[in-house]
Design a protein around this ligand. Structure first.
Ligand code: GLC
Length: 735
C-alpha cells in the first residue's frame, strides 16, 4: 500500500471535520445480526445446533425465515466504519447509505474471508504452498482480488500466514505450512497479488495478514489455546512471515485470538505498537479477530467490556470486529481520560488511509454490469487458473508397481463418498462458490474419458457398505479409493487429536487390498494425517488436499498422466498421533535420534516424520550431483546438477537448505533458504544455481537482535528436506 501526499492530506482534512462519535464509528465493524422470532436468544440457538438439540435442517429453516439487521441506522448516523459480507447488491445498498446519507459520506470498507478464492476457489493454502510457485501464489491472489471487488469486497481477511508445526491444529489447512522461508515467500506473493494491480479499483483489495501472532503454536494443537515461547522462537519462526508481508506493503493485519506469554495479542502493546507498527512499519490498521476484544475478559486480562476496550485501544487495536465495545464504551473512556484523543485519531487516520488508498471515495459501488456478469458465471480463464493451481498442488507420495498413470483402457472402480461430494472439494474457509462451478473427482474422471463406475462404500463420517465394496472389487480392473476428511474436519475450531483416517475408511482400504486388485489411494484432507499403516501397505498414495472448484479435473489429469505431479509437502506428515508436533527444522538436541537407547526418540514410534517437508515424487526420477559452493563478497553461490533419469518430462522443485553448525544459540539442523521449479525433458540435465545472501544467514537472539556469526555452515541441495547433497563452508561476515 503506497500512500501519496495527496492521499494523506485528504485523510487529514476528513479527520479534522469528524466528531468523536464519528471517529469511534470508523473503529467499529458490524456484521449482520440475526433478529426476531426466536423463543431463545440467538446464542442459545447456536448452542442447540452445536449440541445436537437442533438439526442443521431445522436451523437453516429458522435462519431462512429470520430477519437480519444490517445496522442501517447506525451506518446512517456515521457509527459504522466497516461491515462484512459478499453480496454485491447488499454492499451497494449499505454503501449508498454511508456515502449519501451520513453526515460526512465516508464509505464503508467491506471485508470478507476470501482465503483461497471467492467464486473460483483454488486449493487450500497448505496445498498451494506445496507448488513452491510464487508466480502462481500471486496470480491466484490477483484473481481473488478481482472476484472480491466484483462482490463489493474491498478488504480480504487474507493471507493467513501462520507458521504451524502441529497438524492437530485444524487451521494448518489455511496457511502455508511449517516453514518460515516458504511462508514468507508465500506472504509476499499474496500481498502483491491482492494489492498490486492498482490500474483499476476493480483489481485490488486491502490484504489482511493474519493471525498476528504465534497462533500456529497453540499448545497441543488445540485451537485458541495458550501460546508460550522464547523470544528467539518468536523472532525466528513466527514473526518473519509478518515482517515479509509488511515489507511488501500489506495494508492491514488481524490480531490473533491467543495470548502470547500471558498477554492476549488483542491487547498486546508490545506486539501491536512496538513490533508491528513501529518496527515492521504497518501502513494501515489492525483489526481484532471476531469477538476477541470481549474475550479478553474471559482470558482474564480485563475486568469487563470497558476495561477490555480501553486496553485494546491503548495497545494499538484500531478496529473492533463485532463486539460493539468501542461503539459503547470508547466515548466515555476518552471523556474519563482513559484513552487519549491521540490514540483515537491515530486509529481513525490508519483506517481512513486504507479507504482512501482503495479509491472508495471515488468508486464506492460495484458496477451493475459487473454484478450481472457474475450472475451469468465466472469469468473466462478463472476456472483454468483454478485447475492449473490444483494440478500444481497434487503431491505423489508413493507409486509402486507403476500403477500410475492409469491405463486409459482400464475399467476403474471409484470408491469413497468423498469422490462424489461437491461440498468437500473447496475445503475450509471457502464461501461464495456455486455448486455448478465445482467438479467432483467422479465428474473429473468421467470428463477424462476413463471407464469409471462409482461405489460410495465408506467415508469420513462413518459407515461401510460391504455390498458396494464387493461390487467395486469384482467389477474393476483397478480401484481408485478417495479417502480423507470432510471440509468441516479442518479449518477453525477443528483441531483433531486423532489424525488417522476417520470412520471406517482404513477398513475399506484393507478390504480393497485383500481383493488383489491394484489400489490407488487419493487423499482429500485439510492437514497432514497420520498415515503409518497406509504408507506401509498401500502401493499408491496421492495427496490431493481440498483443491477447489476444479479438483475433479486436476485429480483426473494426474491419475491419467495428462499431468506429471510436481508438488512437494509444505508440512511434514506424522507416522502416528504421538509424534505431533513434527517438523524438519528442529534443533539437533545433544542426543539426536540414533541407534543408542539414550537418544531423543520414542520407544513406540519413529523420531522422524513419515513424509518430511519438501517431499514429493514424480512419474519420472531425478538425480542430483556436483554440489558446488562459491563464496562471493556478499553471498554464497551454490550450484548443483539435476538430471531427469526417467522416461518423461517433469518439473522438479529443487530445494536449498543450510545449517549454522555452531552459534551462540542452538539453530535448526536445516533451514530452507531457496527453491526453484526446474523443468527437465526425459534424460535432460541442467546445472542450476542459488544465490544465498550472507545477510540471510543469521538469526535473532533472545533480545530480538539479529546476529550474523562467523563459523562453519553446512549447505544442502536436493529433492526434499531429507534427501539432499551436502557441502560445508566456513563463512566470515566481517566485511
Ligand atoms: C474468524 C477467524 C478469522 C476470520 C474472522 C472473520 O473467527 O479467526 O480468520 O477472518 O473470524 O470471519
Amino acid at each position: 500500500m503506497k500512500l501519496t501526499e495527496e492521499m494523506k492530506a485528504k485523510v487529514e482534512s476528513i479527520l479534522a471535520r469528524m466528531t468523536l462519535e464519528e471517529k469511534i464509528g470508523q473503529m467499529n465493524q458490524e456484521s449482520p445480526s440475526i433478529v426476531g422470532g426466536f423463543d431463545v436468544p440467538f446464542s442459545e440457538l447456536i448452542e442447540m445446533l452445536t449440541d445436537g438439540r437442533l438439526s442443521q435442517e431445522e436451523f437453516e429453516k429458522l435462519m431462512s425465515t429470520a430477519k437480519q439487521d444490517f445496522h442501517e441506522d447506525e451506518i446512517r448516523a456515521g457509527l459504522v466504519g466497516s461491515v462484512m459480507g459478499n453480496d454485491p447488491r447488499k454492499a451497494n445498498e449499505l454503501q449508498k447509505i454511508a456515502v449519501e446519507e451520513s453526515r460526512l459520506g465516508i464509505p464503508l470498507i467491506i471485508g470478507f474471508d476470501v482465503i483461497h478464492g471467492l467464486r473460483s476457489v483454488f486449493p487450500i493454502a497448505i496445498a498451494e504452498a506445496g507448488s513452491f510457485d510464487d508466480a502462481l501464489f500471486e496470480e491466484t491472489a490477483h484473481m481473488a482480488a478481482k472476484e472480491s471487488r466484483a462482490h463489493g469486497i474491498s478488504w480480504n481477511f487474507a493471507p493467513m500466514i501462520d507458521v504451524a508445526h502441529d497438524s492437530r491444529w485444524g487451521r494448518v489447512s489455511e496457511g502455508p505450512g511449517e516453514d518460515v522461508f516458504l511462508g514468507s515467500r508465500f506472504a509476499r506473493a499474496k500481498i502483491r497479488g491482492l494489492q498490486g494491480d492498482t490500474s483499476s479499483e476493480q483489481n485490488y483489495v486491502a490484504a489482511c495478514t493474519k493471525h498476528y501472532v504465534g497462533y500456529g503454536a497453540c499448545e497441543g494443537g488445540r485451537d485458541y489455546n495458550t501460546v508460550s515461547m522464547a523470544p528467539n522462537q518468536l523472532f525466528n519462526t513466527y514473526l518473519p512471515t509478518f515482517r515479509a508481508a509488511m515489507e511488501e506493503g500489506a495494508a492491514t493485519a488481524m490480531a490473533a485470538f491467543n495470548d502470547l506469554n500471558g498477554v492476549p495479542c488483542t491487547v498486546n502493546r508490545y506486539l501491536l505498537r512496538d513490533i508491528l507498527k513501529e518496527s515492521f512499519g504497518l501502513q494501515g490498521f489492525v483489526v481484532s479477530d471476531a469477538n476477541a476484544i470481549r474475550e479478553c475478559v474471559i482470558h482474564g486480562i480485563a475486568a469487563d467490556d470497558e476495561d477490555a476496550g480501553v486496553q485494546a485501544a491503548n495497545a494499538g487495536m484500531d478496529m473492533d470486529m463485532g463486539t460493539h465495545i468501542y461503539k459503547d464504551h470508547l466515548k466515555k473512556a476518552v471523556e474519563d481520560g482513559k484513552v487519549s484523543m491521540e490514540v483515537i485519531d491515530e486509529a481513525v487516520r490508519r483506517i481512513l488511509r486504507v479507504k482512501v488508498w482503495l479509491g472508495l471515495f471515488e468508486h464506492p459501488y460495484v458496477p451493475e454490469d459487473v454484478i450481472e456478469a457474475y450472475e451469468k458465471g465466472i469469468p473466462a480463464g478463472h476456472a483454468q487458473l483454478s485447475r492449473k493451481a490444483a494440478q500444481e498442488s497434487v503431491v505423489l507420495l508413493k507409486n509402486e508397481g507403476g500403477i500410475l498413470p492409469l491405463d486409459s483402457a482400464a475399467k476403474v472402480s471409484l470408491v469413497g463418498t468423498l469422490a462424489d461430494s461437491v461440498d468437500e472439494v473447496t475445503g475450509a474457509w471457502a464461501m461464495g462458490w456455486k455448486k455448478e462451478d465445482c467438479v467432483t473427482i467422479l465428474a473429473g474422471m468421467k470428463n477424462s474419458g476413463l471407464d469409471v463406475a462409482y461405489y460410495p462404500c465408506a467415508g469420513p463420517e462413518g459407515g461401510l457398505n460391504e455390498d458396494e465394496l464387493e461390487a467395486a472389487t469384482a467389477n474393476g480392473d483397478v480401484i481408485v479409493a478417495i479417502v480423507g476428511e470432510t471440509t468441516a474436519m479442518s479449518g477453525e475450531a477443528s483441531s483433531r487429536a486423532d489424525l488417522t483416517l476417520p470412520g471406517r475408511q482404513k477398513e475399506m482400504l484393507e478390504k480393497l487390498l485383500a481383493s488383489g486388485k491394484p489400489v490407488v489411494t487419493v487423499l482429500m484432507n485439510g492437514r497432514p494425517l497420520a498415515l503409518g499403516w497406509e504408507a506401509e501397505h498401500l502401493p499408491v498414495l496421492v495427496e490431493a488436499w481440498h483443491l477447489g472448484i476444479q479438483m475433479g479435473n486436476a485429480v483426473a489429469d494426474v491419475l491419467t498422466g495428462a499431468v506429471n505431479p510436481s508438488a512437494k509437502l509444505a508440512s511434514s506428515f506424522p507416522a502416528g498421533n504421538g509424534q505431533c508436533p513434527v517438523y524438519y527444522s528442529h534443533p539437533s538436541t545433544g542426543r539426536p535420534a540414533g541407534k543408542s537407547k539414550f537418544t531423543s526418540k520414542y520407544l513406540d514410534a519413529p523420531a522422524e516424520a513419515l513424509f518430511p517437508f519438501g517431499y514429493g515424487l514424480s512419474y519420472t526420477t531425478y538425480e542430483y550431483s556436483d554440489l558446488k559452493i562459491d563464496e562471493k563478497e556478499d553471498c554464497l553461490k551454490i550450484s548443483v546438477r539435476i538430471r531427469n533419469t526417467g522416461s518423461r518430462a517433469g518439473t522438479e522443485i529443487a530445494q536449498l537448505y543450510m545449517q549454522d553448525v555452531a552459534a551462540s544459540l542452538v539453530r535448526p539442523v536445516k533451514e530452507l533458504k531457496g527453491y526453484q521449479r526446474v523443468f527437465l525433458e526425459a534424460g535432460e540435465e541442467k546445472e542450476i544455481s542459488f544465490g544465498l545472501p550472507k545477510k540471510e544467514m543469521g538469526f535473532y537472539d533472545n533480545d530480538g537482535k539479529y546476529r550474523l556469526e562467523d563459523g562453519l555452515f553446512r549447505i544442502y541441495a536436493g529433492t526434499s528436506s531429507r534427501d539432499v547433497l551436502c557441502g560445508e563452508i566456513f563463512v566470515s561476515f566481517k566485511v
